[in-house]
Design a protein around this ligand. Structure first.
Ligand SMILES: *Cc1c(COP(=O)(O)O)cnc(C)c1O
Length: 243
């Protein structure tokens, strides 16, 4: 493996760190007029070793995010034993899709029909169902993966019609910028896409009734994301510590 996995600092208190993150989420929900709306915490355990990731899970991180499939192959069994539900939050190559199907409950980074078709085939073979989200590149930055916003609903509908996959929402990685208005504009765009998906599905013009999740916001900007409608925030450093 190219990168070395970080070990958990001996005195790190995962229970306290998770409680702090949940408190931040609850305050942000209240300030957004969304108190009690149940925004979920997903702890990004990528780049931490199996002991650190399972310690976070055992301390109450029910949802964990992994980015690299080589890492997930190493940690998957330990995470399962700790009761964690794994979401794939990094770019997924088709030749690594089997690892996701073995260990993940959700792949948040579907941005092509080809990848979805591969996941679908593997799931049918394994006799399982898989939740997926459509990753959208709202910032337009070339370095970011994700489908263009104007293609997102067509892709989502095509993915939803594949066997064994359920599109449960949309995911984006926010603009890496201190400019609040620009970051928020991207999150707002994702919410508007989601709203359109649900409204059209209600009218029978789309097949995306389950696609209500918005996975957006990280340690640095979760308050903005929740104010713009996030249903799940992905938190790494604020829970796991600096590595
Ligand atoms: C690592 C990661 C996060 C968490 O980032 P932090 O800034 O450490 O909270 C969120 N989303 C994705 C896709 C990540 O890879």
């Amino acid at each position: 493996m190219a990168r070395e996995l970080a070990q958990s600092p001996a005195d790190w208190d995962y229970v306290a760190a998770i409680a702090d993150a949940k408190a931040r989420i609850h305050i942000a929900e209240a300030q957004a007029g969304r108190a009690g709306s149940g925004v979920k915490l997903l702890v990004a355990t990528k780049s931490w070793d199996a002991d650190a990731a399972s310690a976070a899970a055992a301390a109450g991180a029910v949802l964990v995010g992994e980015s690299r499939m080589q890492e997930l192959a190493l940690k998957g069994e330990a995470l399962r034993a700790a009761g964690a539900h794994v979401h794939v939050i990094g770019e997924l190559q088709r030749n690594k899709a089997a690892i996701a199907v073995e260990f993940a409950e959700c792949v948040q980074t579907v941005d092509s029909l080809k990848l979805a078709e591969r996941l679908s085939r593997l799931c049918v073979e394994a006799g399982r169902e898989l939740d997926v989200m459509i990753q959208v590149n709202v910032s337009g930055e070339e370095s970011k993966s994700g489908v263009a916003p104007e293609e997102a609903l067509d892709l989502a509908s095509a993915v939803q019609s594949l066997d064994a996959l359920t599109v449960i929402g949309f995911m984006t990685i926010g603009l890496n910028s201190p400019d609040e208005q620009s970051v928020r504009a991207g999150y707002r765009q994702l919410r508007e896409l989601r709203d359109e998906a649900l409204i059209l599905s209600e009218r029978g013009q789309r097949n995306l009734r389950e696609a209500w999740n918005l996975s957006m916001g990280m340690s640095g900007d979760l308050e903005w994301a929740i104010d713009e409608g996030a249903t799940m925030v992905r938190i790494g450093t604020a829970v796991m510590g600096e590595r």
